[in-house]
Write a protein that binds this ligand. Structure first.
Ligand code: HEC
Ligand code: HEC
Length: 320
C-alpha cells in the first residue's frame, strides 16, 4: 500500500506534470509553488500515520541520507539495510525487543528506478554518497509492527495480527496519503492559483481529484494483489458507480455516518474464500471537499459541511 501510494504520486502526479511542463517538483516546494518531492510526500504521509498512534510505524530511510533524520538510527537497522543492499530482490525482516515489547521490523528496498533519482542524489550538496547508479538500492522503507507486551525471553513463535488491526494499518496509510495529497498538493496549489484539480485532469492538464488519486492507488493494488482491495464509496455519490455495492456496504455507510469513531466490520465468503471487510468513514477534512461536492451538477446532496462524513473507505483483506 505504501509502495502504491509512492508510485502513484511519482508517476501520475510528479512525472506527468513535469513531462507536460505544467509543474515541477522541488525540495523547497513550500516557498516555490511546486510539488513536493516523492521522498517528501512519503515522509510527510508516514509522519501523519505514525502520529495516529495505532502501533504500526513506517518511514523512508537510507544509509546515505540527504536528510540526516532519515539515517538508520540504530545498529540493528543499519545491519538490516546492509542485508537489503546485498539482496535487493527481497525485504529483510527480524524481531526486536524494546521497552518490554516485541516488534516485528521489515525493510523493503527503495531502488533507483530512473536517472533522475541518481542525478539528483549524486549532485545534491547534502548527499554523503555520489556514485549511485541506476538500479542501486538507495534506501528503503522500514516498517515497524508491535507484537504486544511480552515478558517472555523470546518473541512469540507465530505472531498473528487480528484482521481489524491489519485493516487499521492499511487504512492509516491510505488516509495519510489522501490527506497530504488533498491538503498540501491540491488545496495549496489551488489557493495560490498555481494549478487546479479537476475531474478531467488527463485532458485538462490539471491535478487529479483526491478521489481519483485514491482510485489510481486502488487500481495498482488490484493489479498486483489478490488478497487486498479497497474502494471509496458513498450514500450520496457523484459517480453512481461509487454507490454501495451491496447490503453490507449500505449498512456500513449508514453506521459510520452515525458513529464515525470506529469502522464497521464484517466477514464474507466469495468463491469459497474468506474475506474480512472494514468500512472507515471518509470525512470532509478540507473546505474544498464540501464545496466541490455541494456545487457539483451530479451530486445528489448539497449540504455537506466541514467535518461531515461524506462516504466511506471499504478495506477488504483475505483471511483464510
Ligand atoms: C530533485 C531531487 C530528487 C530526486 C529526483 C529524488 N530524490 Fe530522493 N531525496 C531528495 C531529497 C532532497 C531528500 C531528502 C528529503 C527530506 O528532507 O526528507 C530525498 C530523500 C530520499 C530518501 C530518504 C533518505 C535521504 O536521502 O534523506 C530516499 C531513500 C530517496 N530519496 C530515494 C529516491 C529515489 C529512489 C528516487 C527516484 C525514484 C529519488 N529519491 C528521487 C531529492 C531527490
Ligand atoms: C474539485 C472537486 C472535488 C473535490 C475538491 C473533492 N471531490 Fe470528492 N469527488 C468529486 C468527484 C467529481 C467525484 C466522482 C469521481 C469519480 O468519477 O469517481 C468524487 C468522489 C468522491 C467520493 C466517492 C463517492 C462519489 O461521490 O462518487 C467521496 C467519498 C468523496 N469524493 C469525498 C471527498 C472528500 C472527503 C474530499 C476532500 C478530501 C473530496 N471528495 C474532494 C469531486 C471532488
Amino acid at each position: 500500500m505504501i509502495e502504491a501510494g509512492r508510485t502513484t504520486y511519482s508517476g501520475t502526479i510528479v512525472d506527468r506534470m513535469t513531462l507536460t511542463g505544467s509543474l515541477s517538483a522541488s525540495e523547497n516546494w513550500q516557498n516555490e509553488n511546486t510539488l513536493m518531492l516523492p521522498a517528501q510526500f512519503l515522509s510527510r504521509s508516514s509522519r501523519l500515520s505514525n502520529e495516529r498512534g495505532i502501533g504500526m510505524r513506517y518511514r523512508l530511510m537510507s544509509l546515505w541520507p540527504i536528510n540526516k533524520e532519515n539515517g538508520p538510527g540504530s545498529k540493528v537497522i543499519e545491519t538490516g539495510f546492509k542485508k537489503i543492499v546485498e539482496h535487493p530482490d527481497q525485504p529483510f525482516s527480524w524481531v526486536v525487543q524494546s521497552g518490554g515489547r516485541w516488534y516485528f521490523q521489515a525493510i523493503y528496498p527503495d531502488l533507483a528506478v530512473n536517472d533522475s533519482c541518481v542525478n539528483c542524489h549524486n549532485g545534491h550538496p547534502d548527499s554523503p554518497r555520489r556514485d549511485f547508479k541506476r538500479g542501486d538500492v538507495m534506501g528503503g522503507i522500514l516498517i515497524n509492527l508491535p507484537l504486544g507486551l511480552h515478558r517472555m525471553a523470546s518473541p512469540p513463535e507465530k505472531p498473528l495480527l487480528a484482521p481489524e488491526v491489519v485493516t487499521d494499518y492499511i487504512h492509516s496509510v491510505i488516509e495519510s496519503d489522501r490527506t497530504i495529497y488533498s491538503r498540501d498538493i491540491v488545496d495549496r496549489l489551488q489557493e495560490k492559483n498555481v494549478m487546479k484539480s479537476s475531474e478531467h485532469w488527463s485532458v485538462e492538464n490539471s491535478l487529479p481529484l483526491p478521489a481519483q488519486f485514491l482510485l489510481s492507488v486502488s487500481r495498482l493494488i488490484h493489479k498486483q494483489r489478490k488478497d487486498l482491495d479497497f474502494r471509496l464509496t458513498s450514500l450520496w455519490p457523484i459517480d453512481p458507480r461509487n454507490g454501495p455495492a451491496n447490503e453490507f456496504e449500505r449498512l456500513g455507510l449508514e453506521s459510520v455516518a452515525m458513529h464515525p469513531i470506529r469502522p464497521y466490520i464484517g466477514q464474507t465468503r466469495l468463491g469459497g474464500k474468506h474475506f474480512f471487510q472494514a468500512i472507515y468513514p471518509d470525512l470532509a477534512v478540507a473546505p474544498s471537499c464540501a464545496n466541490c461536492h455541494n456545487n457539483h451538477p451530479r451530486s445528489p446532496r448539497r449540504d455537506f459541511a466541514l467535518g461531515d462524513v461524506m462516504g466511506g473507505i471499504v478495506v477488504t483483506i483475505r483471511t483464510d
